[in-house]
Design a protein around this ligand. Structure first.
Ligand code: KET
Length: 397
């Protein structure tokens, strides 16, 4: 029966992370997966999240099924976080939000919705993007194309080429945009560039699908939602998948959401209905525990303040690591420019190392970065940054 089943090549990120787990070397360094590790090399249990969890557990509530769309207090808290509580689009009832199984689940439900209602649309992905974007949208049966994004010459954004490509793209294509902390490059649009992108999106009637997996790791929690608020204000229709995996350290609880912003409140009713239908046939309804924790952190004023401060300290620790790696590499390899470590933002930097050099880093030094050259800066700490710099210096001479 299963003779013809093909082997799975594995996932570029998750498989490498598994290989790291099995590596017996004591001095191995994991800069592969997009997980925030503290300076002690562990995934932090944020005090705000722990306090919320203890409250939730102490309440010992019953565990009925959640509705297909998820917990109401979670959904409202997400809307306020993304748009701001007094946002005009929210007030006008133009936004529907469902709780999803991580933001990956939000992307998938959104992709299935798009395939059903806009079956012939092309999905435009940044070149490069998170590998799973292609897998999710292709998996839903959609056509994929790319737009220029990263300039290998400058290590920055090729904004003019991006604008030109989108301006001549097929009308009503779906365009996937990283709201902040672009994965894998760490290169983001400035506010001015987002503003210049807006008329192009409008003119081509493109449908933005924003992925916000790193809210708080760029500038701050509010600023990182800039493009969401700009699009909401413009009156456009768009999608947002957002995640609490990274900014609350809730990876395994699978806490995310999908929001769809419609032109009118009347249209939200049917959109919500169809999102529920997709959820019902895929997994029926989302899990409860993580959503309770997230809702508690976001709505309890003391826990919220604490969490916001914790996000600041995670973001600042990554900055310190960027500076230390930059300093160490610049002193080891004089004459080479490592400034991209300072200008790129969020969890990742794109090192420009070749797949072979990345293999060498892994095999000879136990330093794991993706074969695309993506390095997770949040895996660096005061004990491994020097060794990482030495390993890189050794392979690029
Ligand atoms: N979007 C982006 C851009 C992203 O980097 C991730 C995770 C997700 C969505 C998914 O998040 P979640 O809410 O947990 O479903 N990225 C890291 C882990 C992974 O590949 O799954 C990574 O790039 O390493």
């Amino acid at each position: 029966m299963f003779r013809h089943v093909q082997p799975y090549a594995g996932d570029s990120i998750l498989s490498l992370n598994e290989t790291f787990g099995k590596d017996p070397r004591a001095n191995k360094i994991n800069l592969s997966i997009g997980i925030y590790f503290g300076d002690d090399g562990k995934i932090p249990m944020l005090p705000s999240v722990r306090a919320a969890e203890l409250q939730v557990v102490a309440e010992a509530g019953a565990r009925p099924y959640l509705p297909m769309e998820g917990a109401a207090n979670f959904r409202t808290a997400v809307q306020h976080l993304l748009f701001g509580a007094d946002n005009a689009a929210l007030q006008a009832g133009r936004v529907v939000t469902i709780q999803t199984v991580g933001s990956s689940g939000g992307l998938k439900v959104g992709a299935d919705f798009i395939k059903h209602y806009f079956p012939s649309s092309t999905v435009l992905l940044s070149d490069p993007t998170w590998d799973n974007h292609r897998a999710v949208f292709e998996g839903s049966g959609l056509k994929i194309s790319t737009y220029p994004y990263y300039d290998t010459e400058t290590g920055g954004l090729c904004f003019d080429a991006m604008l030109a490509a989108l301006a001549s793209s097929e009308r009503q294509s779906v365009v996937v945009l990283h709201a902040c902390c672009h994965n894998p490059t760490g290169v983001d649009l400035s506010k001015d560039q987002w503003q210049r992108l807006l008329p192009v999106l409008q003119e081509r009637e493109l449908i933005p699908f924003l992925d916000l997996a790193y809210q708080g790791f760029g500038d701050d929690i509010q600023e990182d939602a800039f493009i969401i608020r700009l699009l909401a204000e413009s009156g456009m229709s768009f999608f947002v998948a957002n995640s609490f995996s990274k900014n609350m350290g809730l990876y395994g609880e699978r806490c995310g959401a999908l929001s769809v912003i419609c032109p009118t409140e009347a249209q939200t009713v049917n959109v919500m209905g169809q999102l529920k239908a997709i959820v019902r046939r895929d997994y029926s309804n989302p899990p409860m525990h993580g959503a309770k924790i997230v809702a508690r952190v976001l709505t309890n004023p003391d826990l919220r303040l604490l969490w916001e401060a914790e996000v600041v300290s995670m973001r600042e620790r990554i900055h310190v690591m960027r500076n230390q790696l930059h300093y160490a590499l610049s002193s080891k390899c004089s004459g080479r420019d490592f400034d991209y470590f300072l200008t790129q933002r969020g969890m990742f930097s794109y090192t420009g190392l070749s797949p072979l050099q990345c293999d060498q880093l892994k095999d000879s030094f136990g330093v794991y970065i993706l074969r695309s050259g993506r390095m997770c800066m949040a895996g660096l700490n005061s004990r491994n940054v020097e060794a990482t710099a030495s390993a890189i210096a050794a392979i690029i001479v």
